[in-house]
Design a protein around this ligand. Structure first.
Ligand code: ATP
Length: 369
């Protein structure tokens, strides 16, 4: 196990800065996810840290040692890629043992370690099976066993679930979490799937255009997005324009431009002051649709006009608007069915937890209709 640090790390491809002066610190034993949209530089960052790509500038330190120009096989790392790269005709046992033989493990220790790893990934009994006879999920578990067998300092996972169907992916996700709990191996995973990052990681690095735009626990990223990009990327959000009218510890008030009401927020992590233009970010799952008699009991109630209400099984997805701004609502509970067929009608929406994000003049949010 080891910690990871990068200092001003840069990797360019022509004019594109795939990794743009990235400084990061990854705690020993943590499970960190690099999350971001396609092309933001996640894989390139992972490859630079792992030694699979040579940076154009900056440093990579693993366990305090400067490894910037050390080849990957000298870094004691484990890898799991999207597609399992194994020997198809060799048995599960031999595929895992191979990683230990490559590192000259003493012969008498190999068997016990291989069997321990296969127990860890719940593949006992399949030692003799040829790799090509395994299902996609089993194959990926062998890859994890092989990556962890030599006790790497860091385990790298590059979109490990993306080739599996949804159900298998969900199962393996839970297993990866359990494997990390048992081994405590520092793990760095690249994913574009926010559910994967939020479920597995204790630390999330959100990336955009080659830079880390926000870092924190999954709950921090979910509840306290710092930028319009962070708020829009994670979950389904709507943004209403407003201006801060009052700010004291524990309560910040914002006048909403279009709804014409004042809403209250308990959070103002960026310490935005009175007069600052802001976006009020609202998660689709944090909006309660109320009856008129409930209005007085709820905070932050706005009136929206329904454009569309769709039943998607467990949730009714409502697209509504407040002035020119679209409001997206994911309604649960038994009352959700009452929203069906309400097109064109007003509804009362209580905005649950809201986040405040500084707004620059002329900026248009992703939900502006
Ligand atoms: P995805 O989720 O689609 O895999 P990503 O976030 O991992 O994307 P990267 O693959 O790291 O992104 O790519 C970052 C940027 O660098 C992109 O603009 C990509 O086109 C560019 N890039 C990556 N590898 C190369 C390469 N070998 N040659 C030229 N450009 C590259």
């Amino acid at each position: 196990m080891a910690n990871i640090r990068t200092e001003r790390l840069i990797k360019r491809f022509g004019d594109v800065a795939a990794v743009d002066h990235v400084d990061l610190e990854i705690r020993e034993g943590s499970f960190t996810a690099i999350l971001g949209p396609s092309g933001c530089g996640k894989t390139t960052l992972l490859r630079c840290i792992a030694g699979l790509a040579e940076p154009d500038g900056g440093k990579v330190l693993i366990g305090g040692q400067d490894v910037t120009y050390l080849p990957p096989h000298k870094r004691n790392l484990g890898f799991v890629f999207q597609r399992p790269a194994m020997f198809p005709h060799m048995s599960v046992y031999d595929n895992v043992a191979w990683a230990l033989q490559l590192r000259n493990w003493p012969k008498d220790k190999v068997r016990a370690r291989v069997l321990e790893m296969l127990r860890l990934v719940r593949l006992e009994g399949l030692e003799g099976r040829a790799f090509r006879q395994l299902s996609g999920g089993q194959a990926q578990r062998v890859v994890i066993a092989r990556a962890l067998a030599p006790q790497p300092d860091v385990l790298f996972l590059d979109e490990p679930l993306s080739q599996l169907d949804a159900k298998l992916g969900d199962e393996l996700k839970l297993e990866i979490a359990e494997i990390h709990r048992q081994t405590g191996c520092t793990t760095l995973m690249v994913t574009h799937d926010q559910a994967e990052a939020l479920t597995l990681a204790d630390n999330v690095l959100l990336m955009n255009l080659g830079k880390i735009v926000q870092e924190g626990s999954p709950l921090d990223l979910y509840r306290q997005p710092r930028t319009l990009f962070s708020a829009d990327f994670i979950g389904t959000n709507s943004f209403l324009a407003g201006t801060i009218t009052e700010s004291s510890s524990g309560c910040t008030k914002v006048r909403l431009d279009e709804a014409g009401i004042v809403v209250h927020s308990e959070q103002n992590p960026a310490g935005l002051s009175v007069g600052t233009p802001v976006w009020v970010g609202i998660r689709a799952d944090d909006i309660d649709v109320l009856d008129e008699e409930q209005r007085a009991r709820y905070p932050n109630v706005v009136t929206a006009i329904v454009d569309q209400a769709l039943l998607t099984g467990g949730t009714v997805i409502v697209q509504a608007h407040v002035g020119q701004t679209e409001l997206r609502i994911h309604a649960g509970g038994s009352r959700r069915f009452q929203l069906l067929g309400k097109e064109g009608e007003p509804i009362l929406c209580s905005l649950g937890s809201i986040s405040l994000i500084a707004r620059t003049p002329g900026e248009v949010p992703p939900n502006r209709g």
